[in-house]
Design a binder for this molecule. Structure first.
Ligand SMILES: Cc1cc2nc3c(=O)[nH]c(=O)nc-3n(C[C@H](O)[C@H](O)[C@H](O)COP(=O)(O)OP(=O)(O)OC[C@H]3O[C@@H](n4cnc5c(N)ncnc54)[C@H](O)[C@@H]3O)c2cc1C
Length: 415
């Protein structure tokens, strides 16, 4: 295993997940994020200033993630191997029709954050939203009222680094809900280990399901394919306005002439730009969150159907919040059979099955790999059909050779 002295090695060997935790945690403030347009947001060290303290490595989820090795009391046994601790599986939507309409699926995350803000003792939510200057990019921010939450609602299928904004959380007047992807929650969890005082500021964690984040180039190329010049775009929304809605780019100066593409078509274009690191992610459903949300893809959608979210309650804190939000009319939720999670997210389960084979191949090439604790990856690989087992190994080998992954990134880019 290669020994890294700072975050540069993580970037060079393509292990970075782009959460931004290192940029917050570096005691010298030596780390900035840069957008590698074909890969994602990646840390860049200010030349010659690193003192080698190792804090950036301590908070880095790219180097590894740990999940509870054993089922927590009350968790649904049949889901534990594939999905971590799940206390309840629910399906529903934000009762506020605007949150539901603008949200990605049922606007559930936004409605729960709003309940936390208005009734649950939280001062707001820290999450990402579109960069006002370049709306096909994302920036972290804090929402302290309904309008701000609504403005940042919806999935953004482009690099986003909520942990880079942990300074906002630190200086917030009270505790906040932190909203992010599985890798962002892993970055947060490691940062709280390194900076325990910050934990008092995290009132709740809300996670989204994530099958991988397309690079910035994905959106730029999609806009070009739609004959839209990115420099004239005022707003980019990836989904919402119905379920699953459509990709929409609105030009400056009003809604007229907005370019639209159905979600399915847009995602099948964007997904090809997910970096290889996302294919090694063992947690696609935000196992470290108090509550996580995704799409209930298990059933056919009717044309014009209003959105719904699949909700996994993972902790007692999450359960209390959901109960309060239901009782006060912020959300409408019904219990579902745990099987609907498996039926909704087959792609995620198959991807996870392949990880053990991928990591094995990387090790055979002498490449550094992330360390995963508590994830039964071998068991899931063993359950794959033999063709997929072979593909997880040979496909990875081919990719390493073709894309020169045996070289560190900077050398490969120069070569
Ligand atoms: C890259 C990506 C891949 C996804 N893959 C899947 C999948 O495979 N299966 C599935 O069921 N669902 C997936 N989702 C999640 C899904 O798109 C919805 O976000 C989820 O259903 C919650 O919807 P909602 O209406 O309850 O959330 P909303 O109320 O719309 O709130 C969404 C929240 O997520 C935050 N957010 C949006 N984009 C990002 C981002 N890139 N990084 C961090 N935070 C973000 C927003 O700030 C907002 O607070 C993915 C989302 C993303 C961003």
């Amino acid at each position: 295993m290669k020994k890294f002295t700072n975050i540069q090695g993580v970037v060079d060997w393509r292990l970075c997940v782009g959460c931004g935790a290192c940029a917050y945690a570096c005691p010298q403030g030596n780390i900035e994020l840069q957008d590698l347009e074909r890969e994602g947001l990646r840390p860049s060290l200010k030349a010659g200033r690193c003192q080698g303290c190792g804090t950036c490595l301590a908070v880095c989820p790219g180097l590894g993630v740990a999940r509870q090795g054993q089922e927590a009391p009350g968790s649904i046994r049949e889901l534990f191997t594939g999905w971590g601790t799940v206390l309840e599986v629910l399906e529903g939507y934000a009762v506020d029709p605007e949150l539901r309409y603008q949200g990605s699926s049922g606007g559930l995350i936004t409605a729960l954050a709003l309940y936390g803000l208005e009734k649950g003792g939280l001062a707001g939510a820290q999450h990402i939203g579109a960069d006002p200057e370049q709306p096909w990019k994302n920036v972290p921010g804090v929402s302290q009222n309904r309008d701000q939450l609504l403005h940042r609602a919806g999935s953004r299928y482009a690099p986003a680094a909520p942990c880079a904004g942990l300074g906002l959380l630190e200086s917030a007047p009270g505790s906040l809900a932190f909203i992010g992807k599985p890798c962002d929650l892993a970055g947060l969890s490691k940062t709280l280990n390194a900076y325990p005082d910050l934990a008092a500021k995290v009132g709740l964690t809300l996670g989204i399901f994530c099958a991988g984040t397309p690079s910035t180039q994905a959106t730029v190329d999609l806009l070009k394919k739609m004959k839209v010049d990115p420099s004239g775009v005022h707003e980019v929304r990836y989904r919402g306005r119905g379920w699953p809605g459509s990709f929409r780019a609105r030009p400056a100066g009003g809604g007229r002439g907005a370019a639209e593409m159905p979600y399915e078509e847009a995602w099948s274009f964007l997904e090809k730009y997910r970096p290889y690191r996302c294919y090694l992610c063992p947690d696609a459903t935000s196992e470290l969150a108090d509550i996580s949300c995704g799409d209930p893809w298990y059933r056919e959608r009717q044309a014009g159907e209003a959105g719904v979210s699949l909700v996994l309650v993972r902790t007692e804190k999450g359960r209390d919040l959901v109960r309060g939000a239901r009782q006060t009319g912020y959300v409408q939720l019904e219990p579902r059979n745990p099987r609907v999670l498996v039926e909704s997210q087959k792609g995620i389960l198959n991807k996870r099955g392949a990880i053990w084979g991928r990591l094995l191949t990387m090790k055979a090439f002498g490449l550094p790999t992330p360390g995963y604790e508590g994830f039964p990856l071998y068991l899931q690989w063993k359950d794959l059909p033999w063709e997929e087992k072979v593909r997880s190994i040979l496909g990875t080998g081919k990719r390493i050779v073709r894309r020169k992954y045996f070289l560190p990134q900077r050398l490969a880019m120069r070569g």
